[in-house]
Design a protein around this ligand. Sequence first.
Ligand SMILES: C[S@@+](CC[C@H](N)C(=O)[O-])C[C@H]1O[C@@H](n2cnc3c(N)ncnc32)[C@H](O)[C@@H]1O
Length: 488
Amino acid sequence: MGKKSNAKKTANRNVGPVKLLPQTRGELTAVVDEVFKRCTKVPPAVAPGAAQEWAEYLEIYALIEKIRNIEKDIQLPSFPRKEQVAPFMSWLEEKKIMVKGVEIAEFEEQGFGLQATEDLEQGQVVISVPCEAMLTEETARKSYLGSLIERDPILQHMGNVSLALHTLGEFVNPQSPWQPYLRILPSSYSTTLYFTPQQLQMLKGSPILEEAVKQFRNIARQYSYFYRILHSLPEAKSWPIKDYFTYNAYRWAVSTVMTRQNRIPCKGSSGQLALIPAWDMANHQQGIYSTDYDDEKNCSVCLAQRDFKAGDQFTIYYSQRPNTELFLHNGFVYRDNKNDSLAIKLGVSKGDQLHDEKVALLSSLGLPSAGSFMLIPGSHPISPGLLAFTRIFCMDKASLDKWKDDGEKAKGLLHEDCDVGTTVQDKTWSFLHTRVTLLARAYPTTLEDDETALPTSSGLEALIRSQLICEKIILRDSASYLSTYVAK
Ligand SMILES: C[S@@+](CC[C@H](N)C(=O)[O-])C[C@H]1O[C@@H](n2cnc3c(N)ncnc32)[C@H](O)[C@@H]1O
């Protein structure tokens, strides 16, 4: 949760990177090549099953562990986090970053955050950050990595990857103007990139598992791809990033960007990703979005989302993310998340005799023929999209004919009180009930197991248990809601 402090380590910014012996470098390059080969192989025509994906993940994980072991002496500079607060505050002034009425403080498992030093009124400007102080896709292009970013297809199209390399490139460059900002960042994260296979296995049953495996593979691929570039490109020889580019360093940079990035407007385009110093010290709380961009002054502005009393934690509202996304992209879970949901994967089979009719009716409602449909917390757990999909999925030819030609009438399928006839409706409830029951059974632990274990868990285990509890509560409430219809 962005919390790990490196307070016990001593600052070693004058220590240069450790050079590997030629033989060790050769050994490392061979393992990196193997990771690259495995992560870039053309996927088979038929998607591999979960068991095969897991087996491949374990193989790539073992190779990455080998790499981490060879690279273990090449460490990023580390700085005791608390000691960076004073220099960071001076740097904010120098860069004309305005921070009024809040200061940096520690908030247990949330890591660093902001604390109100005076009463703040809703709508009051608390932080404003000029664009020139941020790390952005544009500053990445202007940095020493610019020539690579200009011609590399991945860096051209993936702003987050280019920002991650830029962040690492500046962190290992003692001359970087962003040093006081980069030194105050967490040294480790709770994103799934830091999970062991045993910890990932605890997520069995959760839709997060498949996504986390994909994410791990993507980052392993990117690491091996950039390793090969940085060790073959002639101009990279003098780049500070080259000697520090390890799997651990890349994972850190990717997690930094993943957990802190924001999109800011950019003339003539849809915007660009940025790391916004000081604003990104605020933790998340359910509420209203209160970050704005002042085009005239070219700065990001953060307003108080509500009244805060002196001493309160000053929080912002990140976005409408369900916990599965907060878990995957931000490394935390928000209990009582009003925007929570749990995805059920459904699709109309190509072999279904009514496939074309069903797909046509689904698309008239803007629904896909296959994809993720949501269960939501609360008294009506079947989201409109899930309800309409399942109704159409369960229709026979006569029902489909009845609904197909009138787009307006078809919209009624999104509403629970719409009369679709008892046969279709009964099938719908029964299908959903069975599905929800099966999903709940796919987890190796029960809701009670996780609730009992949570108070004595800590770190990543506590994070995983919290997520499992949120998912299982949605499933439990959905099953109980559906059973009232199925029992009738
Ligand atoms: C933009 S940073 C906020 C500052 C961060 N806490 C730090 O120590 O630098 C976002 C990260 O803060 C943590 N965080 C934010 N809001 C949280 C919350 N409500 N509960 C737990 N962790 C939270 C998560 O680790 C998240 O990835």
